[in-house]
Design a binder for this molecule. Structure first.
Ligand SMILES: Nc1ncnc2c1ncn2[C@@H]1O[C@H](COP(=O)(O)OP(=O)(O)OP(=O)(O)O)[C@@H](O)[C@H]1O
Length: 482
């Protein structure tokens, strides 16, 4: 931010509805309070302002041209609410002196111009098929007006078929856009980053099928407005699946680096994922639940219960590539030091070691995979951008123990890591080889047919529009340590 703008100080008394308020702009914040008691001090950091606009005079006739009210203006801003949510608010201010109004509007707008990373031209994909099939309504209700207020020019693209978003991003010119977002679930987000990375490979002549290649980082940051069934990626980024919060994160333009994991069979890249690659129980649930899509999100409960009772175990051998497999119990929250330090270097010396056995479930979690159904997720200490995934191995055991596992996953209390049949390792890369009976892999909610795979973490390959999950995300406690 340029020095003059940053150092600007303003102090005025405005009319706000029936109240008179004293308002100060100083050191990157505006602070206001009632002139007359009761005192009600509010503080607003400039980076939380969405827009500052002159008000319009109310015309006497609908055909009258709109005219500015030189004595009034509105500050549109965002405020943190409860449970990681952000709220949209506005402050309408009036003054008898138009010069006072002009000075405030100009100064605040100059401040906002310094936020160069805020999106101006957004390409927004809407998946009308995912979740409750209401992605378009989510955009209309929560996104449209806020983007208009923020001056974001939105180009809408409603997907007509699976993989259309991915194909579009690989082949179309994106020069006119400074940001891309979607209203959809994890599968839709996955289409976006798979498309963007493959596009970048094509542009730069990188062979995506070569596991030893450094995959190129897409130029454009990605915003995620939840509109799916689980919305794990959005939840882990923002700490909530509230759509207004997600829209505001896009408008703020602040981004963080998200690791992506590339998955290969013997010949080629199968896909990249951002949340979890899961074999056994979750793979079976993904495969079978797709037949019951008409049930909406309840299809997971139905298929999940069936597969839980069947209690299948799968023999497999897992090779883990890591410098230390130990999990450090540090949560990934906004301004995460661990992720910040990995921006500079992710290069470390790693060794391979092998684990084999019969498993109920094998999961490579790139993020915690927390969601509203599982407030801590399968890997609570997995970070968004530290270049590592958490490999969670659940041994084949009794149905009773499977129920214990699922109860822990769905409660916000104890994590699954201290269950005796669960082992968690950190890894930069892992290989899986099935022995005898085979399950499917569930890759960000999509079924992957190949069984023997190799997965490699790509440190902070994607820029995502989010300020991160706040520190005080509440943890619901469970009634027992089951
Ligand atoms: N128009 C469309 N018709 C059919 N499928 C589509 C269409 N557009 C996108 N898809 C596909 O729909 C699938 C489901 O979408 P998405 O993952 O967003 O929703 P979900 O499965 O309900 O949510 P979540 O993954 O968060 O549980 C994805 O595989 C996506 O590729």
């Amino acid at each position: 931010m340029s020095g003059d703008i940053q150092n600007a100080v303003l102090l005025s008394t405005f009319q706000n509805g029936k109240k008179k308020i004293r308002i100060i702009l100083h050191q990157g914040s505006i602070v206001w309070d009632n002139v007359k008691p009761p005192s009600e001090q509010n503080s607003l950091p400039i980076e939380n302002i969405i827009a500052v606009q002159n008000s319009y005079l109310r015309g006497t006739h609908p055909s009258d041209e709109k005219q500015f009210d030189l004595n009034a203006f509105t500050i549109h801003y965002a405020e943190r609410g409860k449970q990681a949510k952000w709220l949209y608010k506005s402050l309408k201010l009036k003054h008898s002196d138009p010069l006072q109004v002009a000075s405030w509007v100009k100064t605040l707008q100059n401040h906002l111009k310094c936020f160069k990373k805020r999106p101006k031209h957004l390409l927004l994909f809407v998946n009308p098929f995912g979740g409750k099939r209401n992605a378009m309504q989510i955009y209309e209700k929560y996104g449209k007006d806020l983007f208009r207020i923020a001056g974001v020019d939105v180009t809408l693209n409603v997907s007509q078929r699976k993989d259309q978003i991915k194909d579009f991003l690989i082949s179309h010119c994106l020069d006119m856009f400074d940001s891309i977002a979607c209203v959809g679930g994890d599968g839709t987000v996955s289409e976006i980053f798979n498309g963007l990375v493959l596009r970048e490979c094509k542009l730069r002549g990188v062979d995506p099928d070569d596991i030893n290649e450094n995959l190129p980082k897409p130029r454009i940051p990605v915003g995620i407005i939840p509109g799916g069934s689980t919305d794990t990626i959005a939840y882990c980024l923002h700490g909530t699946t509230d759509p207004t919060t997600a829209v505001l994160q896009i408008i703020f333009g602040d981004s963080l680096g998200l690791d992506l994991v590339s998955v290969y069979d013997e010949h080629s890249l199968l896909r990249l994922y951002a949340s979890v690659l899961s074999y056994g129980y979750l793979g079976d649930v993904a495969y079978h639940s797709d037949q019951y899509r008409w049930m909406g999100p309840h299809r997971y409960d139905y298929s999940g219960f069936k597969k839980l009772v069947m209690n299948k175990g799968y023999q497999g051998e897992i090779a883990i590539h890591s410098e230390s497999t130990k999990v450090e119990e540090i949560l990934c929250r906004e301004n995460c030091n661990r992720c910040e330090s990995c921006k500079k270097t992710c290069d470390v010396d790693c060794k391979w070691h092998t684990v084999s056995g019969k498993f109920f479930m094998v999961s490579g979690a790139n993020i915690s995979c927390a969601c509203s159904r599982s407030p801590k997720g399968i890997a609570p200490y997995s970070h968004l951008g530290d270049g590592m995934l958490h490999l969670v191995l659940v041994k084949h055991t009794s149905v009773f123990n499977n129920i214990r596992l699922l109860l822990r996953l769905s409660s916000g209390g104890s994590t699954i890591e201290d269950l005796p049949f669960v082992q968690t390792y950190t890894a930069r890369e892992f290989c899986f080889r099935a022995v005898n009976a085979k399950s499917k892999w569930n890759c960000d909610g999509e079924v992957q047919q190949q069984t023997n795979i190799r997965a490699k973490v790509r440190c902070q390959l994607l820029s995502v529009l989010s300020r991160g999950c706040p520190l005080d995300t509440p943890k619901k406690s469970t009634c027992c340590g089951f």
